[in-house]
Every structure is written in structure tokens, then in C-alpha cells.
Design a protein around this ligand. Structure first.
Ligand SMILES: Nc1ncnc2c1ncn2[C@@H]1O[C@H](COP(=O)(O)OP(=O)(O)O)[C@@H](O)[C@H]1O
Ligand SMILES: [Mg+2]
Length: 340
């Protein structure tokens, strides 16, 4: 047994501290301060390569925000899971305790209802739109304009890997958005080492993971682009390799094995958050599950059936999962197998 708490290396795990991001966290807190008092705060634009801690930083600041404030609400929306104007608005409606019917209301009506509820509760909100580039697909970025006009919105935070996002926004929206810009850079090997040490302490039994392993994995992930997600996943894979050998300790050969496996490397790059969650769900199920099982595991994540299906198709095309139609007693279903 090398793992003490394998979940600490999961994609969705939010660690207590985010080494190397103290400056960004301070800036976020400082900038959102007025919003705590229900006043307008600066809008923000966060960009940077994948795995640089954008999502984690905002989630961290939001959890503090929601603990401390009753009337100011921080609403975090993942736009891959909520890719339309109305689905984004629905998440905000939920936050203020005004669930909307799934169909039947026009956008104006939805905005009106939300506005009334915020007024009634004398509340306000800060909205984070993570992976906001997804909204550009069908010009759903109009929702940003809806929100900018809403007097209950203290600030909007747009988060994306696409540094040109602002230029692609609808002209009218951009001119009223006017955000402060906060860029996230790739992690240095030193930063990755710190991140991995803390994770290793939470995830492995004492002595199962040496400083040498951490240094090797940090250097490896740094070469692959300074992505913390890659680093953490690589460390997890080392642990799995050691476990498969029946060892109590991760050794150099566990790391070498990881490097020799090109499919792991390929897979470690270029996955979005939703895809990672699907992979985590499959890992939890021992590497294979029916689509219904995956769906149930991810139910709490606010993912629709359609989002899930789309991402499964993408994962299948990247040869990360295989999907096979199988017949059960209850009827046909898809059996999903993790290939890497
Ligand atoms: N500074 C950090 N400290 C600890 N873990 C981090 C840090 N930055 C990123 N991570 C971890 O790396 C993974 C990717 O981070 P995330 O915030 O999703 O990056 P981004 O949104 O920029 O793609 C997550 O599992 C997160 O917990
Ligand atoms: Mg992210």
C-alpha cells in the first residue's frame, strides 16, 4: 500500500493551499473586496495555459467568500457544463434559491426573475465564468452582457486558456466589460516541486514517496509545459506503478515506466476539466463502467446527459476510452472502458 488518500491526487481535489499562487490569490481577494459589501467591484479577466491554477484560485477565493458573506454570493459556473445563456443564468438563479423551470422561459423573463429575487433578499453576486471561451460558439457570450446590465452583479470573472478571448467577444459586451487582466504563467520546476510535495503528503503513506521522486516528476512535468495537472497525474501514475508491483515505496523504475508509456504522456496533455472528471469517475469504477454508472457518479457535478455524451465522444476519438454497446437485462447501454 503506497496510498493513504488517493483522492488527494484526483482532478477535482481542491488543496488547502496553492503554493506559488499567493500573489494571484491576494490580487483576487483585494479586487473582489467591495463585492463583499454588495458594492460594484472590478470585473476580471483571467487567462493562462491549462493547469496553471486558474480554476483552483477562483474556487478557493469563492469558498472563503461564501463562508464569510450572507448577502453577497459567489457563483462559479463552468461553461463547458453550462454552454448556453439560459444554463448560465439557471446556475445563478439556483444560487439565490430561485430554481427555474427547465424550459419555457425567455431570457428576459429569467433575468427579471433573478433580479427580483436578488432585490427581495437585498443580495448581490460575483459570477465566475470558467472556460468562458465555450460561450463564443453560438454567441452565447451575450449572457455576459445580460449580467453586466444586472444591478445585482458586483463583478464578473471570465476565465480561459484563450488569451485572445476579449478580442473575440461581442463588441458591445467588451466595451462594457472592461476588466482588469490577470495572467497565469506556467509553473517553474521549483513551484511544481512545492505543489507535488504538499499533495504527496496528503496522498501517500509516510516514506512511500521520496523527495527524489518528487524532483523527477516535477522536472518531467516542467518539460511537458509546467502544467500542475500533468505533474499531479504523473505522480499518481508512479504510485499506481508501485502498487502494481506490490511495493510499499515508489522507486525510480516506477517513474521510468511512466516515461516509457507514450499513451500516458499523450493522455496527460490536452484534456479539459470535464474530460478529467469522466476519467476520474472511470478510475473510481476500476477502469470500466456503463454510461449510466458514470452519469450517476458525476450527477452532483451539474452535468447534463448531453454534455457527458459529447465529452465521451471526444474522449473516444482521442483513444482514451472505448465505448461499446452492450445488452443488459434492462436493455441496451454503453460500456465505457478506460484505455490508458
Ligand atoms: N498552486 C497549486 N497548488 C496546488 N495544486 C495546484 C496548484 N495549481 C494547480 N493545482 C492543481 O492542478 C490541477 C489543475 O489546476 P486548475 O486550477 O484546474 O488549472 P487551470 O484552471 O489553470 O487549468 C488541479 O488538480 C489543481 O488542484
Ligand atoms: Mg480551469
Amino acid at each position: 500500500m503506497v496510498f493513504k488518500n488517493e483522492l488527494a491526487l484526483n482532478a477535482g481535489f481542491l488543496p488547502d493551499s496553492l503554493p506559488g499562487r499567493e500573489g494571484e490569490l491576494n490580487e483576487l481577494v483585494f479586487s473582489l473586496k467591495p463585492a463583499f459589501e454588495g458594492r460594484k467591484a472590478k470585473n476580471l479577466f483571467l487567462f493562462g495555459p491549462p493547469g496553471t491554477g486558474k480554476t483552483s484560485c477562483v474556487k478557493k477565493v469563492f469558498s472563503g467568500f461564501n463562508e464569510e458573506s450572507q448577502t453577497a454570493k459567489a457563483v462559479f459556473v463552468n461553461c463547458w457544463q453550462n454552454p448556453t445563456r439560459n444554463s448560465v443564468l439557471a446556475r445563478i438563479a439556483e444560487a439565490v434559491g430561485e430554481p427555474l423551470p427547465r424550459r419555457g422561459l425567455g431570457t428576459d423573463e429569467v433575468v427579471l426573475r433573478i433580479t427580483q429575487e436578488f432585490h427581495l433578499q437585498k443580495a448581490s453576486c460575483v459570477v465566475a465564468l470558467d472556460e468562458c471561451d465555450r460561450l463564443l460558439h453560438n454567441r452565447e457570450d451575450a449572457v455576459i452582457y445580460d449580467l453586466l446590465r444586472g444591478d445585482f452583479v458586483s463583478a464578473i470573472i471570465c476565465i480561459t486558456n484563450d488569451r485572445d478571448f476579449l478580442g473575440k467577444m461581442d463588441e458591445r459586451t467588451r466595451s462594457s466589460f472592461q476588466p482588469s487582466v490577470l495572467g497565469f504563467s506556467r509553473y517553474s520546476p521549483v513551484a511544481l516541486k512545492k505543489i507535488l510535495s504538499e499533495r504527496a503528503r496528503a496522498a501517500f503513506r509516510p516514506d512511500a514517496c521520496s523527495d527524489e521522486t518528487i524532483a523527477l516528476v516535477a522536472a518531467y512535468a516542467s518539460k511537458l509545459g509546467g502544467d500542475a495537472r500533468v505533474a499531479i497525474e504523473a505522480l499518481w501514475q508512479c504510485g499506481k506503478n508501485a502498487e502494481a508491483r506490490g511495493s510499499q515505496k515508489i522507486e525510480k523504475r516506477d517513474f521510468e515506466m511512466l516515461k516509457e508509456n507514450p499513451s500516458v504522456q499523450k493522455r496527460l496533455q490536452g484534456l479539459n476539466e470535464t474530460e478529467e472528471k469522466i476519467i476520474s469517475a472511470l478510475k473510481q469504477s476500476g477502469g470500466a463502467a456503463t454510461s449510466g454508472e458514470v452519469y450517476r457518479i458525476l450527477e452532483g457535478e451539474g452535468m447534463t446527459d448531453r454534455t457527458l455524451r459529447n465529452h465521451m465522444k471526444l474522449l473516444e476519438s482521442k483513444k482514451i476510452i472505448s465505448v461499446e454497446r452492450v445488452q443488459l437485462k434492462e436493455g441496451w447501454t454503453s460500456r465505457i472502458t478506460l484505455l490508458v
